[in-house]
Each structure stands twice: as C-alpha cells, then as structure tokens.
Design a protein. Structure first.
Lengths: 154, 129
C-alpha cells in the first residue's frame, strides 16, 4: 500500500501538478465548484423529498437534480483524486481524510437504498424515505466539513 | 402523514453541532495558530516536500520529529529553497513561529538555514537583523 501511494506521487503528471503555480489552484477551484453543485443538488433534492417546494413536480425536479448531482460527483471525484495524488501517502494516513472517505461510502450506500425505496412519481414522503433523505443531508454535509478540515489538519 | 419538518429540525441541529466543532479547531493556514515570538529549531532533515498546497520539512530535533511548514511552493522556490539545495540528513535551522499548542511539534518557518545558506521564505516576516 505504501509503495502504491508513493508510486502515485511519482507519476509524471502528478509531479507536474505538485510543482505547478497554475494547474493546482485551477484543479482546486474545480473541486470547489463540483462540491458546491453537488451539495446544492443534494439539499434541494432532499428538501423536495421532505415536502418543501410542493408546487414543483417531484419526479421531474428530482430527476434533474439527480443528473446534476451525479455529474458534480464525477467532477469532484476526478479533481479530488488529483488533489490527493500530490501527497497521497500523507493524506492516506490522516484520520480526517479516512473519515471523509467513509462518509462518502455511507452517503453512496444511502443513495442506493433510497433508489430501491423510491420508484419515482409524486407519492408523498413516507417514514423510511424521510429518514433516508435526512440521512443524505447529514452525510453529504458532513463530507463537506470533513473535506474542509483536511486542509487545516495536515 | 407525519410532518417532514421534524426531520429538518434534526438536520439543523446536526449542522449546528458540526459548526460548533469547526469553530473550536484552529487553522494551519495563516498565522493565527502560531505564537507571536520567534522560535528557533535545529535538527536533521528527515523529509522534504516542495509542492502544493504548501512546502514542508520534517526535522528531527533531539529525537523529536517536528513538522516545519514553509510558504506555498511558488513562494518557497522564489526564496531559492528547492529540492536541490537540501537533502535528507542535512543539518537545518528553522526560524519562525511555533504552534500555540505546546504539545504540538509544529512550526511555521519564515527563515530556513541549511548548508550555510539562508533562505527567507517569508521575507516580510523575518526577525530584524
């Protein structure tokens, strides 16, 4: 594992990113943009499921935001991997980084459970669906906070 | 149907708790986490990192490994401190400000001296000559 992480740090484009005055801040900015879009979509989607903005049709609203959230997550994943790569072994040893990764896995699992429970349509939010939506809000918001702490604890 | 806004209250509560925890911790960005007076650390370099998001040295001083933070790479390299001027095992003197937390072996350097050469990574903050 240590060798694998050290190997990532030695990749040519990673070494370039590590020393770059321009590329790294750009990747950093794109990561912020992605997580901003992701958190916004998640909040609006979950609030709609919880009964807010009832004038908007749930199926279409949720479908749009889910597409946005998935694209934003893909962007965050790519840019996040790049930010990780410049000091892979250092980040991998940080409890707050591992906490963030665990929270993402939990949020992902929560999303999959939610997909199985909700088959679309404008059905009112039931007990389980409400719990899953609240869990989604708490988990994704915690991912954001854990992520921000990485920059202040390393 | 139960009110979904019971759930929202729980979310607001969770957010408030996380926010409180966030403000309790201090940042390693900037200088707010360091002491005002200058601090000098002497030891052997055990690791060098010149890169984003900021450059660091690990320094073994009397058996204790310290993390010495420097400027972002552009600024550190502009000060002349690159991966070529120092290597693991070199004697180093770091002058700067140490963490307010006495148990934390961490400082932010404004000046690094290695191989008889002085590198001012934060020239506007170095101690008066």
């Amino acid at each position: 594992m240590d060798e694998f992480l050290a190997g990532i740090e030695q990749l040519a484009f990673v070494r370039g990113l590590k020393a770059s005055f321009v590329a790294y801040p750009i990747v950093n900015a794109l990561h912020i943009m992605s997580i901003g879009a992701l958190l916004t979509s998640v909040w609006l989607m979950d609030l709609r499921v919880l009964g807010a903005f009832r004038s908007l049709p749930q199926a279409a609203f949720v479908a749009l935001l889910r597409r946005t959230a998935l694209s934003a997550f893909a962007g965050a994943l790519v840019t996040g991997t790049l930010l990780f790569s410049v000091r892979a072994s250092e980040y991998a040893a940080m409890p707050v980084f591992l906490t963030k990764m665990t929270l993402i896995l939990l949020a992902g699992a929560n999303f999959l459970v939610f997909l199985r429970r909700v088959k679309g349509g404008d059905e009112p939010a039931g007990g389980t669906v409400t719990t899953l939506a609240v869990l989604s809000l708490v988990l994704w918001t915690s991912v954001l906070f854990a992520g921000r702490f990485i920059g202040f604890l390393n | 149907m139960q009110s979904p806004f019971n759930g929202l209250r729980n979310v607001a509560l969770a957010a408030a708790v996380i926010l409180a925890a966030a403000t309790a911790a201090y940042a390693h960005h900037g200088w707010s986490w360091t002491e005002d007076g200058f601090f000098e650390l002497r030891g052997k370099i055990t690791a060098i990192y010149i890169g984003n998001p900021h450059a660091t040295l690990d320094v073994d001083a009397e058996g204790e490994v310290w993390r010495v933070e420097m400027a972002p790479p552009s600024r550190t390299i502009a000060a002349g401190f690159t991966e070529e001027v120092a290597k693991v095992g070199d004697e180093v003197t770091a002058i700067g400000n140490r963490s307010l937390d006495e148990n934390e072996k961490r400082m932010k350097a404004v000046r690094v001296i290695v191989g008889g050469k002085t590198y001012d990574v934060y020239p506007d903050r170095v101690p008066p000559a």
